[in-house]
Design a protein around this ligand. Structure first.
Ligand SMILES: [Zn+2]
Length: 305
């Protein structure tokens, strides 16, 4: 693991450990807090690397408070926190959970699952979007509760091996590659590599039937590139920016709720009204923000040379 990657994990960990500090990461030397430049404007909203991270992570309290558990579409349910997503997919042969988040959130996620009328013990497969603690630190704890199989993207294995809460080894039962499928009961998920944020960042895609109609759902991975973009990450991002718009998509989700405007969409859920999560127009919204930022950072880097 390179020092840059270790730093990325620490940033996420640090935010959670300083309740009083809110988002004051910049006051900690070497914590790797993102700068407030460059600024990009997409759809009339201006973003900086710092504002994007703040939008994603919110406050430490928001990272551990459950958001109202709800059905998103078909057999897909939200069981995550206010600022960190966790999704339950109910199949005919047990359930799949995407993103265990921080280890301390696992009991909260389990409570949300039970509130929806499902059993945490029915989880057979644990997946994640990418190898950072705020999305996959709880894998060992949830596996211990359920005996579920942990399936991960090959390119993220090295970083996952560095996530060891309380000294526990990160469980890895099966490794998949770009384009591989994961099947359970009547559900088939496809793993698509959208590297850049981490080497194994994974967008999981699946078809779903709702109200007699078929839709494609994408559990999108973060496309937030690091503050300094190496030639390796640049190549990964360029590839991901081609893969992303080609993903079959009617419903875009993300590893942070802000990436798909969860709160705004959830507020529009009403009996008889169209499902606000079916929103093809926003399938590439987050990608456009991250692409603009990626290009702006590259330009700034080139200017420094
Ligand atoms: Zn991350």
């Amino acid at each position: 693991m390179t020092s840059r990657k270790i730093k990325a994990c620490l940033v996420a960990g640090f935010t959670a450990l300083t309740p009083a500090a809110g988002f004051a990461q910049s006051s900690v030397p070497g914590a790797g807090a993102p700068p407030d430049h460059p600024a990009v404007t997409v759809n009339g909203v201006t973003y900086t690397p710092a504002s994007i991270l703040n939008r994603n992570m919110g406050t430490p309290a928001e990272q551990e408070t459950a958001f109202t558990p709800h059905r998103i579409i078909g057999n897909i349910y939200y069981v995550g926190l206010k600022k960190l997503t966790s999704f339950l997919i109910v199949t005919t042969q047990g359930n799949i959970l995407i993103n265990t988040t921080y280890e301390r959130n696992v009991p909260t996620i389990a409570k949300s699952i039970e509130q929806l009328g499902f059993k945490t013990g029915d989880i057979k497969i644990i997946l994640g979007n990418h190898a950072h603690g705020d999305h996959m630190e709880g894998d060992a704890a949830l596996k211990q509760m359920t005996g579920a199989e942990v399936i991960v993207m090959a390119e993220d294995v090295k970083m996952l091996e560095g996530i060891t809460p309380g000294g526990q080894k990160h469980p890895i039962d099966k490794v998949v590659h770009d384009g591989d499928t994961v099947k359970l009961g009547d559900v088939t998920l496809t793993a698509r590599l959208v590297a850049g944020h981490t080497p194994g960042c994974t967008a999981w895609t699946m078809p779903v039937v709702d109200g007699g109609k078929s839709y494609n759902v994408v559990f999108g991975c973060s496309l937030r590139s690091p503050g300094t973009i190496s030639p390796e990450v640049e190549a990964q991002m360029e590839r991901s920016l081609k893969v992303w718009p080609a993903l079959p998509c009617d419903v875009m989700l993300g590893d942070h709720p802000a990436q798909y405007q969860m709160e705004e969409k959830f507020a529009k859920v009403k009996p008889g009204a169209p499902n606000p999560f079916i929103d093809k127009a926003t399938c590439t919204t987050e990608m456009k923000i991250q692409e603009a930022m990626f290009r702006a950072v590259l330009k700034e880097q080139a200017g420094k040379k």
